[in-house]
Design a protein around this ligand. Structure first.
Ligand SMILES: *Cc1c(COP(=O)(O)O)cnc(C)c1O
Length: 365
């Protein structure tokens, strides 16, 4: 199949990757580093792969400015796996039996909250379910426990399109952030959370690896039932290689990190992400056909959700946008409507083309 240019892919994850990254992976596929083999065919314990691994860790440390008292783990099982691993590794730190607080602002944090109930007391400290997950409950309404091991929140709700503009303040309690869908999209002060976690398939690389960034003093307290592969102390002690790691995903994430460093790092991409999101939201706000329903200050810069006020036009909108090379705009089935995921790798040109299409569609509607 031949083509002039790639489609603009607004999928929520797995999601679009930088073209340069894909080209480099393709170029290196048959003969990686002159070894006459691809990177995915060599041992994870080989000198060559260990070099890649060290570089991937170093580059992520540089990109996020991760202090040396934080470990970086490359695990499997996705964000959902960590929903179980987090209570198993942290709940024993609670003073009066296993307990943690959950802030539920959408479908992902709700899943985290439900999973945690298997391992101890998960306290629903705040929820925006009654507001259809279109907002974030004001901080002064949160009912935090005195004796929770941690407070978990989702920094960006991928399905609803709701994002915390800042890391919330929970005092001395350890904060755990799900950053699956806004990883490396903006500057984050790593010291503000005890744990940051997320799969790389939204904003960094292909699916297969989940990154956990965890402060050292939080490691080594796991429940006896914790599976080896999710025990942070075991994984921290073996460079995340207690078993075979997803080597190709780690290598691809590394190419993603190099690409981001070449762009100028997180500060530069943050500016670009803001510009893309502002362009789309300002168009939505003046439109009489489309609307975004999220409280303005909590709108996601990564996942822009919108509805056609006349929903009978949905099928036509999707058909025509698809034909125009603007794909995967259908919203998550739990939310309905539309969603444009505009992660780091989505060029400004893609968002401009989308806005032009939407304007044209509105004119014709
Ligand atoms: C995608 C996503 C998850 C689930 O990640 P998996 O890697 O598919 O398990 C969790 N949280 C958020 C915010 C997500 O976007």
């Amino acid at each position: 199949m031949s083509f002039d240019h790639r489609i603009f892919n607004f999928a929520a994850g797995p999601a679009t990757l930088p073209e340069e990254v894909l080209k480099q992976a393709a170029d290196e596929m048959l003969n990686w580093r002159g070894l006459g083999t691809s990177v995915m065919e060599i041992s994870h314990r080989s000198k060559e792969f260990m070099e890649v691994y060290e570089e991937v860790v170093q580059d992520l440390r540089a990109l996020m400015n991760i202090p040396s008292n934080y470990e970086i783990l490359f695990l499997q099982g996705g964000g959902l796996g960590q929903n179980a691993a987090i209570p198993m590794n942290l709940m024993p730190l609670a003073k009066n039996g296993p307990r943690a607080d959950y802030i539920v602002t959408g479908i992902w944090s709700e899943k985290s909250y439900k999973e945690a109930q298997k391992y101890g007391i998960a306290n629903l400290a705040a929820s925006s379910a009654a507001e259809k997950f279109n907002t974030i409950p004001p901080r002064d309404t949160w009912e935090l426990s005195d004796d929770a091991a941690y407070v978990l929140y989702c920094a960006n709700e991928t399905i609803g399109g709701v994002e915390f503009p800042n890391v919330p303040d929970v005092g001395q309690t350890c904060l755990v952030a799900d950053i699956s869908s806004n990883f490396l999209s903006k500057e984050m002060d790593v010291t503000q959370c005890g744990v940051w976690f997320g799969g790389v398939q939204k904003n960094i690389g292909p699916s297969g690896v989940t990154i956990v960034i965890v402060r050292q003093d939080l490691i080594g307290h796991s429940m006896g039932i914790t599976p080896l592969i999710w025990d942070w102390s075991i994984q921290a002690g073996t460079q995340s290689m207690i078993n075979t790691p997803p080597t190709f995903s780690i290598y691809m994430a590394g190419l993603g990190f190099k690409w981001l460093l070449k762009q100028g790092g997180v500060k530069v991409i943050e500016k670009r992400n803001k510009e893309k999101a502002d362009l789309l939201y300002s168009y939505l706000d003046q439109s009489s056909l489309y609307e975004n329903r999220v409280t303005k200050e909590y709108r996601s810069r990564m996942n822009v959700t919108f509805f056609l006020k006349d929903e009978s036009l949905n099928a036509e909108f999707l058909e025509q946008s698809n034909a125009a090379g603007l794909v995967a705009l259908r919203g998550h089935k739990a939310a309905g409507g539309m969603r444009a995921s505009i992660y780091n790798a989505m060029p400004l040109e893609g968002v401009k083309t989308l806005v032009e299409f939407m304007r044209d569609f509105e004119r014709r509607a």
